[in-house]
Write a protein that binds this ligand. Sequence first.
Ligand SMILES: [Zn+2]
Length: 458
Amino acid sequence: MAAEKSQLLITHARLATLGDAPALIEDGALLIEDDDGRIAALGPTAELAARYPAAERWDAAGQLVLPASICAHTHFYGAFARGMAVPGEPAADFPQILERLWWRLDKALTLGDARYSALVCLVDAVRHGTTTLIDHHASPNGIEGSLDVVAEAVREAGLRACLCYEVTDRDGPERAQAGIVENVRFARSQFVNHDSQFAASFGLHASLTLSDETLADCVSAVGDLGLGFHVHVAEDGADQDDSLHKSGKRVVHRLHDAGILGPRTIAAHCVHVDEGEIELLAETGTWVTHQPRSNMNNGVGVAPIERMLRAGVNIGLGNDGFSNHMFAEMKAAYLVHKLNQRDPRAMPGDLVMRLAYANNARLARVFWPDLVLGELREGAAADLVFLDYAPTTPLTAGNLPWHLLFGIEASAVTATLCAGRVLMRDRELLTLDEEAITARSRELAAQVWDRVNEQGLF
Ligand SMILES: [Zn+2]
């Protein structure tokens, strides 16, 4: 006789289903069966409790349960930048930020650092209920095998990640080629297969650090692997100036002509794109990701998100290495467009919510075609976040976005599940040793900072 399936029934939850027909199920229950990590049933607690009397129970005690968050663009390798003093004058523009901060930090990373930098971000992701992350990695002095190191950390955490290595010419032709090899190697590795928690994409830094020759090498390396690209696009005006100088074309046109765009490609940022470029992004089905906290921090401008959406561009929400508290990114998106356009009607809450859930879930399906994320329904992935949130005003499926934007702080997150596996319960991490990771990270970060300082001034 076959062993009985183990079942977990979450009871007495306020379930916000999201999806095409968003509902708020008061005193709801949700059944997870351990064999596939999907939601097997959901409905009123009384009904499900009667139907599944043998299931193990978890009383959510009225907490708000939502689909877990998805991050469309991040950099695990950037975690050691927190609090790092950069020698010399403060960077005056975006190219200086790249040269003085990021291109010194990434050169100082060993594979051991890459592991802990990732683990720090993964602790943060579990703590904030973000279970699917699309990462863009750089460690030019430890390229080969770096994506396996990151993947091992993701495996330990129990999260989902789409990984790539950023190919660039800025560290010389050998490292550019090593980056190409690493992308292809990882995409073919044991980590990436149908149904796994991993997916691969092909990383490119940005048009401004890539020659036509290297772009052509990347396209031919992809061959029949079926990979899309993951590249920073027009994050700053400098990318446009460089592209016009190099090719006489604007960035989106240059990348399109090189064969980079398409429905599996992510163009991060697109702050400085014109109407022709927006049209091309829409026509090619290319994904754009929006990272308002990063854009504000770098002072690069505000991406024309609503204009791109009206033109039919696919847009998701990332964090560019900021905290994996995606509610904070949503808040930034909600606020910055209003200020920028001096119009309180700009970027309404339900639109922010669409980017963060429906659109990010659609983007995730590019990498995991069989997975339903971003909504709670039968058959959807059991990727959940529990929020200790007692609304002080009426809460409905219709006004949920504004409750999330104005009411949810990071401290509200008490539990995180990915594929039915409990990664955090009652704010206690169950897969990662947060204390040990934090202590080791602090030691390694100090060593990285020393190596950054040894690189001297630019
Ligand atoms: Zn980025």
